[in-house]
Design a binder for this molecule. Structure first.
Ligand code: XBP
Ligand code: MG
Length: 230
């Protein structure tokens, strides 16, 4: 079946955003007077849990801090501040798309392909990122954005990609997914999608069994080769 749509992950795939996420968590913890410090090694481990609220809960579990001490509501409030700090940091600029991403998006549009997002990040994060990178063009580029708020279960569960396919009204065989992590790959594969993996800053050590291709980035990615495949 010919490819009709490309579905992109955001964090780590469109851009190297995780250091900005990590800094935004630190901003929120500092503002709340919390002595929590997430260094690179700890954050790499915490990234196995997708979703910022879920990640904070996992950190508390690791520290033996129970839900009766820090409630889900307290985590949600802290995470809302983290989202605000992330937005401010991204809006300040300096975040670039990974090599090859913009070219592949433009070629896809030129060839009449449809574009979608399947991410576990919060909607304001992707909206700010697209706005900063694409400006006025952002609204028309992706047909649909499936975000963390839109699914019951985040990656590695297939829900985000299942929802993207539902919105596109396309079978998995008509789409190609782009991911940077083992969690993301599991999610896309779980929805039946062929998946191109471009490992990122925090996922280079992971294994990507079942990927259709593993590439350093999309610089040398030849879309036409994939469009010719049956
Ligand atoms: C991204 C995530 C997100 C971000 C933080 O995973 O796990 O949780 O780190 O975003 P993927 P929020 O790239 O696989 O979608 O804090 O908004 O949840
Ligand atoms: Mg990712």
């Amino acid at each position: 079946m010919p490819i009709a749509a490309l579905i992109f992950d955001v964090d780590g795939t469109l851009a190297e955003t995780e250091e900005i996420h990590r800094a935004a968590f630190a901003d929120a913890f500092a503002e709340a007077g919390l002595p929590w410090r997430w260094d690179v090694d700890l954050y790499r481990d915490l990234l196995k849990t997708t979703g910022g609220k879920e990640r904070i809960r996992r950190f508390l579990d690791m520290r033996g801090i129970s839900a009766s001490t820090v409630s889900d509501e307290a985590i949600a409030a802290l995470h809302a501040r983290k989202t605000a700090f992330y937005g401010t940091r991204v809006a300040e600029g300096g975040l670039a798309l990974r090599p090859g991403v913009e070219r592949v998006l433009r070629e896809a549009r030129t060839r009449g392909l449809r574009l979608a997002i399947a991410t576990t990040t919060s909607r304001p994060n992707i909206e700010t990122l697209l706005d900063v990178v694409f400006g006025a063009e952002a609204a028309d580029l992706f047909e649909t954005l499936v975000c963390g708020e839109d699914v019951a279960v985040k990656k590695p569960a297939p829900d985000a990609y299942v929802e993207a396919l539902r919105r596109l009204d396309l079978p998995a065989e008509a789409c190609l997914a782009f991911e940077d992590s083992a969690n993301g790959l599991a999610s896309a594969r779980g929805a039946g999608l062929a998946t191109i993996v471009t490992p990122s800053l925090y996922t280079g050590h992971e294994t990507f069994d079942g990927a259709a291709a593993i590439l350093e980035n999309l610089e040398a990615f030849d879309l036409d080769v994939w469009l010719r495949r049956e």
